[in-house]
Write a protein that binds this ligand. Structure first.
Ligand code: SF4
Ligand code: SF4
Length: 241
């Protein structure tokens, strides 16, 4: 049911964005503090429920699964190292004060520009095409490895008030949650999930066969979870179940 609601939200957001970029509705009327509040409360909800480029990657993956069994998802621990790339990019852009909007590798912006019919460079179009093509065989490649906007939100989202919580004593260790996660997060080793990557798609919750083990809810911020958030990116660290 959650996944149907999420699909509905993505379709509405897609439509609103297309209408907004064509000046049919005023998307600037949405107060920016709503985004900030949503990140502080629950991290990257926007990425999982409303980003048109995120939705496009997800829908293509759905199609790709039906066309072929090919799976180009990069397994852990390599994925964990590679997923640092978007934070490195984010820091780089912050430090050198480059605005990423005009950059050719910012496929999210390229994709939105397509809606408005604005002139787009050939390289930017090709790069976006590559990301969309990869999405047929890999879950959200752009979100996982290149989205600077998502990286910024994600870092703030580590401190989120609501998150996915795993009841360790109920978990049967089947790892269905890990396989379902489009962001390559190992939920099966987490407690209260504090990672900069979770987009709140709640697929893990939907797939967990042990009822009540995974829940989305209020989570008290503990130092242990923050330590876990950092360790999560370094495969040499062994997690306690
Ligand atoms: S941890 Fe769960 S909610 Fe977060 S991105 Fe992965 S599947 Fe979605
Ligand atoms: S899907 Fe549920 S039971 Fe299986 S490892 Fe994940 S949290 Fe544990």
């Amino acid at each position: 049911m959650t996944q149907i609601c999420r699909f509905g939200a993505q379709v509405i957001a897609f439509g609103l964005t297309a209408a907004g970029y064509n000046r049919l509705v005023d998307i600037n009327a949405i107060p920016p503090y709503l985004f900030v509040a949503s990140v502080v409360l629950a991290g990257m909800f926007f990425c999982g429920w409303a980003c048109p480029f995120g939705a496009a990657q997800e829908w293509l993956r759905f199609l790709g699964r039906r066309l072929s069994r090919a799976n180009a998802n990069i397994p852990n621990p390599l994925h964990r190292y590679l997923s640092l790339s978007r934070y490195i990019l984010w820091l780089f852009f912050l430090l050198v004060s480059v605005h990423t909007t005009g950059l050719s590798i910012n496929s999210r912006v390229t994709f939105l520009s397509v809606f408005s019919g604005r002139g787009i460079g050939r390289f930017a179009l090709c790069f976006m095409g590559l990301m969309l093509f990869l999405s047929l065989f890999m879950d959200r490649p752009y979100c996982k490895y290149l989205c600077v906007r998502g990286a910024g939100r994600g870092v703030v989202g580590i401190l989120r008030v609501f998150t996915v919580k795993r009841q360790r004593d109920k978990c049967i260790g089947c790892q269905a949650c890990d396989k379902a996660c489009p962001m390559g997060i190992e939920i099966s080793t987490a407690g209260d999930l504090r990672t900069a990557s979770c987009i709140n798609c709640l697929r893990c919750v939907a797939r967990c066969p042990a009822k009540g083990t995974l829940k989305f809810g209020l989570a008290v911020l503990r130092i242990r979870d923050l330590r876990d958030a950092i360790k999560r990116y370094f495969p040499t660290v062994q997690y306690k179940k």
